[in-house]
Structures are given as C-alpha cells and as structure tokens.
Design a protein around this ligand. Sequence first.
Ligand SMILES: NC(=O)C1=CN([C@@H]2O[C@H](COP(=O)(O)OP(=O)(O)OC[C@H]3O[C@@H](n4cnc5c(N)ncnc54)[C@H](O)[C@@H]3O)[C@@H](O)[C@H]2O)C=CC1
Ligand SMILES: O=C(O)C(=O)Cc1ccc(O)cc1
Length: 309
Amino acid sequence: MADQQFDKIALIGIGLIGSSLARAVKAQGLASSVAIATRSEETLERARELELGTEYHLDAAEAVRDADLVIVSVPVGASGSVAQQIAPNLKPGAIVTDVGSTKASVVAQMLPHIPKGVHFIPGHPLAGTEHSGPDAGFAELFRGRWCILTPVHGTDKAAKRRLATFWEALGSKVDEMDTEHHDKVLAIVSHLPHIIAYNIVGTADDLETVTESEVIKYSASGFRDFTRLAASDPTMWRDVCLHNKDAILEMLARFSEDLAYLQRAIRWGDGEKLFDLFTRTRAIRRSIIDAGQDTAAANFGRPDATPEK
Ligand SMILES: NC(=O)C1=CN([C@@H]2O[C@H](COP(=O)(O)OP(=O)(O)OC[C@H]3O[C@@H](n4cnc5c(N)ncnc54)[C@H](O)[C@@H]3O)[C@@H](O)[C@H]2O)C=CC1
Ligand SMILES: O=C(O)C(=O)Cc1ccc(O)cc1
C-alpha cells in the first residue's frame, strides 16, 4: 500500500477506466474519500454494489465539491460538457485531469471552463481493453503501463509532480509531451490499429463468397486479434475518430500509400520487396519484446487473457 496522497478524489465516469482507477485507489489507499459520478442511475447503482467509492452522485458538480483531485473518464466528446458542469464547484488548488485517448481536442474543450487557481493537467493512461463499463475494470490495469501527461503552458510544477506521483503509485511509468505530438503518436500506435481492425472485420462480414459461419469457424489467431480490437466500445471510438481527425487522416494517407506499394509488390510477384518489408517489421516486434512491452500487445494487462504463444 502507498501513502494516502489526497483527502478526496472525484471520479467522473465509472466505466472501464474510472472503475479501474477506483479499484486501484482503494487498493493503494490513496485517498480517504472517493466520490463517484455517472449519468445513469443503473451504472451508479452498480458502482455502489461494487463498493467502488465512498459517495455516489448523479450530478458531477456535486461529486467534485471539496475534491483535491478530479479525474474525468468519459468519452472524449463529452469532456467539454463535463468541464462546464463541474467548473463552479471546483476547489481552488484542486487538480483536474482526464484519461482521454485524444488530447488536443480535450484541452480545447475543457480548458476554457477551468477556473483560475485550479490546476488542469490532461493525461492518458496507455492501458485498456476492449471491454467497457464498471464491471470491466481491475486494479492492476495501469501496472507497468505508460501514462502520458500533456500539460498546458505554465502548469504548476508541484501539481504536475503530485499527479505523476499518483500515477506512479498505480504502477504506471509517466511521460510528458505536447498535445499535438501525443495525438500523432497515438494515431499510429493506437487509433489506426483500431480503425484497421474495425475495417477488416467489417470487410469479412460483408463477404459474399465466404459465409459468416466460416469466418467464425476458421478464424486464425491473426483475425481473432483483430476481432478483439473491433469489439471495443463504439461510442468511445467514434469520439476518438471525430476528435483526432487530422492526425488520423494523415496516418491513414501514409498507410494507404504503403498498402498500395505492398499491393503492387504482390501483383508483380516482387518477392524481394515483400521479404524486405516483412524482415523490417519483424525486427520491430523483436524490439518491443526486448523493451518488455510484449504483454501490451498480448493482453494489455488483462489478467484473464490467454498469453501469446
Ligand atoms: N477503453 C480503453 O481501453 C481506454 C480508454 N481511454 C479513454 O478513457 C475514457 C473512458 O473510457 P472507458 O472507461 O473505456 O469507457 P466506458 O464506456 O467504460 O465508460 C465511460 C463512462 O463515461 C460515462 N459517460 C458516457 N457519456 C457521458 C457523457 N456524455 N457525459 C458524462 N458521462 C458520460 C459513462 O456513463 C461511463 O461511466 C475515454 O475518453 C477513452 O478514450 C483511455 C485509455 C484506454
Ligand atoms: O485493448 C487494447 O489493445 C488497447 O489498445 C486499449 C487502449 C485503447 C485506447 C487507449 O487510448 C489506450 C489503450
């Protein structure tokens, strides 16, 4: 157990990430009270049954009253309206952060509502699964994963250190970068893979010559990996696509160009080109394993996942 770091933490949104935070905060004893807010009565009731917090609210503004740390864990498209809601009740000196998968848009939506004297430090834990909702979370989700902070200009150093220490207590490694860079990096390493997965599974589903039962029956592990990503939450990923549009389109253009190159090599039977590319990409996989990041590819920290062969 780590030391208690905050008197009161407010968690706005109690899905996969919010409930994992709640469980980890409880397990580590990081706060004496944890206020939970979510829009639906049903989800709030489930959070209560799971004993994820110490107070439960349908009104996010009520939850943040007196909180020292406020973590917004909602789909990125909802971050602006949440910031607007909570703004009047934020305590001076409080830290407000988020966990959204895109950062420039979150800053644009939230920052205008944050009162002077409140520290707004956006964040993104690179940890998750294809599951959603309060039952899907687990305390170990963030262990050994990166959490990227994207502080805005003039951020208070002590507040930033406090937030970094919080993530470290959850087992995360903390990095810092600017929002634009974050959105480009994440577009290629996270957003594009999900878009490709949604697309390939959709293509398989549309095929006329191969039946759906054959896709299910004969799906090799490569295809199965895609179906896992393609099972991710539709609202969350719709919002990611809409809120990181420019970086995603830039990476998709690069991707399409490279795919055309590959297509041409296959058409012309250019084995050398294919072999060269496949050798280059195999080395990247090896570097990821050497860097100790392979479990991220295999199960993203899910304890119930089958280990990669
Ligand atoms: N799922 C993942 O693997 C990861 C997700 N993220 C980010 O974390 C955030 C939350 O994602 P999850 O916990 O996976 O989602 P989730 O679907 O499990 O939970 C979302 C929560 O937000 C609430 N919510 C939804 N719409 C809302 C609105 N308009 N106003 C207020 N509350 C609303 C829901 O009631 C629920 O409590 C997203 O911004 C996502 O981009 C970050 C890292 C990983
Ligand atoms: O389930 C997976 O493989 C993920 O990639 C989870 C994930 C989804 C979104 C994020 O912003 C970060 C991590």
